[in-house]
Design a protein around this ligand. Structure first.
Ligand code: SF4
Length: 164
């Protein structure tokens, strides 16, 4: 049975920067949970950051690939450089995914760690820009497909193809 990495906050865990969760009500995710397929994971917590914590964005609206390449930092609203924790969280996510032989993930859109299609633009004004979070970039670099919580059906199609 293929396992699926999932953002812990989508599973109701209160690990977000504001101390809350973003619980998904998606029926397919619930089915996968029942089947024991899901591996919940929060890269920011596993990277050593506390909860709650100051919001963070990738500077200049760059994507996770730029962070991995050392070309952009992740900064908090207070200007603290938390790039190291984000990198550590991404590496920990990859290690867990590899240990389970995981080939796909469903991660929280918009996050500087977990975003798959968009991230915030680094201005802390609530503006998004196309791009990926640091963890998503690292996972995809290693061949793991990442879907957002709004594209669980597409993740399901990918899973069916894997298991066909
Ligand atoms: Fe959720 Fe990912 Fe943010 Fe953790 S890092 S709170 S799993 S979006």
């Amino acid at each position: 049975m293929e396992r699926i990495l999932v953002s812990a906050c989508l599973m109701g865990r209160r690990v977000r920067y504001d101390g809350g969760a973003k619980t998904s009500r998606d029926a397919l995710l619930a089915e996968w949970r029942e089947q024991g397929r899901l591996v919940p994971f929060c890269p920011e917590v596993e990277g050593g950051l506390p909860t709650p914590r100051p919001a963070a964005e990738i500077e200049g609206g760059a994507g996770g690939a730029a962070v991995l390449a050392g070309a952009a930092r992740v900064l908090t609203t207070e200007g603290e450089d938390v790039t190291g924790a984000f990198m550590a969280g991404a590496q920990a996510a990859l290690a867990v995914a590899t240990s389970f032989g995981i080939k796909l993930a469903v991660l929280k859109e918009g996050s500087p760690s977990c975003g798959a299609l968009s991230v915030y633009d680094g201005t802390f004004r609530g503006h998004r820009t196309p791009g990926q979070g640091v963890t998503t970039s690292l996972l995809e670099l290693h061949g793991i497909r990442v879907f957002t919580e709004d594209h669980v059906a597409e993740a399901g199609a990918y899973l069916r193809a894997l298991e066909a």
